[in-house]
Design a protein around this ligand. Structure first.
Ligand code: NAD
Ligand code: MG
Length: 389
């Protein structure tokens, strides 16, 4: 019986994780749950899964949740410390890191520091603080399992092979809902359209990131840290069907890929149960019915975010943390209709131009770079770039 602490349990990944837990009660138990604001769903989850520890960011929300749950309420914590306690002190054998954004960094690091294995969905953690996180993983000898479908595919495609024999990783990208729009059309994209993703059903922030291609940029940086390969050994192919989840090309020309229908339960389940596989009740992949799969090069002119991510990765140090923070602020402004879609990469590029990269070997340095980048991005959106729709 493996006990889990699920951070971000009310989100898309959190809910899928709990569905897997519910389908395999003989394998998993929930020790802790944390969520942001959706108290109604969190209350249902607490009643169904009976964790010993729960945390929400807001103290008033914690009080309200306690009142709703009454006598059967578990320990309910709040704030940053509550979140960190759920990550590190619940007694869980694995933490599922599924908060969105850099807010997931400190709890994920706390889990690693406590010697707990992590199933990592929260890619922003590795983007912002890859050096610090991977050093902690090595120091504590924990397993860090990728949940992101591309990285899970690469993890599977690397199994049984020597890293020295890898020529390159090929991450696939759906290209998002606007892959065929012109640059002029991209200027006019509204939040509601951007939130309708063609193949994956995900949280709002990652859905926008997929539409701008920043999601793939973040994933290139995530891959750099997870698999310890330089940026020139990480390529991206647009693959609209999202069936080939990613590939590894070896020096002898062999390419190993992992395929499947686009459903996050497959990579989540593998992270929970590796090296075993859990039986999942998903429709099978029917390649004959699909008939064809398509691949093409990404377009850096219409979608500059991917190139910005490579630029930040090559600059190194705090540059990826700056990129990530500027992106979070820009995406939020876009969702609020304070910033145009095509201005998202412009804001990020301007923040990267203004903030020199420094060393990113401590959590404090990363958090300081993140905070400075957020401030610059907010100022730029309120002045030069805002009101562009
Ligand atoms: P989501 O928005 O659906 O859920 C996010 C969860 O985090 C929710 O439970 C929310 O309440 C909580 N949360 C948000 N802000 C918080 C804060 N400041 N403090 C505490 N809790 C907070 O997001 P998602 O789509 O489930 O994605 C989660 C992470 O997984 C992201 O990093 C995303 O990039 C990654 N990911 C998601 C998918 C997917 O299919 N959804 C695929 C690959 C990777
Ligand atoms: Mg992905």
């Amino acid at each position: 019986m493996k006990s889990l602490a699920i951070l971000g349990s009310t989100g898309s990944i959190g809910v899928s994780t709990l569905e897997i837990v519910a389908a395999h009660p003989e394998r998993f138990r929930v020790a802790a749950l944390t969520a942001g604001r959706n108290l109604t769903l969190l209350e249902q989850q607490v009643r169904a899964f009976r964790p010993e520890l729960v945390a929400v960011p807001d103290t008033v929300d914690a009080e309200r949740l306690r009142a709703r749950l009454g006598a059967g309420a578990p320990r309910i914590l709040s704030g940053r410390d509550g979140l960190i306690s759920c990550a590190a002190d619940s007694g869980a054998r694995m933490v599922v890191s599924a908060i969105v954004g850099a807010a997931g960094l400190e709890p994920t690091l706390a889990a690693i520091e406590a010697g707990i294995d992590v199933a990592l969905a929260n890619k922003e953690t590795l983007v912002a603080a890859g050096e610090v996180v991977m050093a902690a993983v090595a120091r504590h000898g924990i397993h860090l399992f990728p949940v992101d479908s591309e990285h899970s595919a690469i993890f599977q495609s690397l199994a049984g092979h020597r890293k020295d024999d890898v020529r390159r990783l090929i991450l696939t990208a759906s290209g998002g809902p606007f892959r065929d729009r012109s640059a002029a059309e991209l200027e006019l994209v509204a939040p509601a359209e951007a939130l309708a993703h063609p193949t994956w059903n995900m949280g709002q922030k990652i859905t926008i990131d997929s539409a701008t291609m920043m999601n793939k940029g973040l994933e290139v940086i995530e891959a750099r840290w997870l698999f310890d390969l330089p940026p020139d050994k990480i390529a991206v192919h647009i693959h609209p069907e999202s069936i080939v989840h990613s590939m590894v090309e070896y020096v002898d020309g062999a390419v190993i890929a992992q395929l499947g229908i686009p459903d996050m339960k497959t990579p989540i389940a593998l992270a929970l149960s590796w090296p075993e596989r859990l039986a999942l009740d998903l429709p099978p992949l029917d390649l004959c019915r699909l008939g064809r799969l398509h691949f093409r090069e990404p377009d850096d002119v219409r979608f500059p975010c991917l190139a910005l991510a490579y630029r930040a990765l090559r600059s190194g140090g705090t540059a990826p943390a700056v990129l990530n923070a500027a992106n979070e602020v820009a995406v939020e402004a876009f969702l609020d209709s304070r910033l145009g879609f095509a201005a998202i990469p412009r804001v990020i590029a301007a923040v990267l131009d203004r903030q020199a990269a420094g060393p990113a070997d401590t959590l404090a340095a990363v958090l300081a770079a993140d905070a400075a980048a957020r401030l610059t991005a907010r100022t730029l959106i309120a002045t030069e770039f805002g009101g562009s729709r």
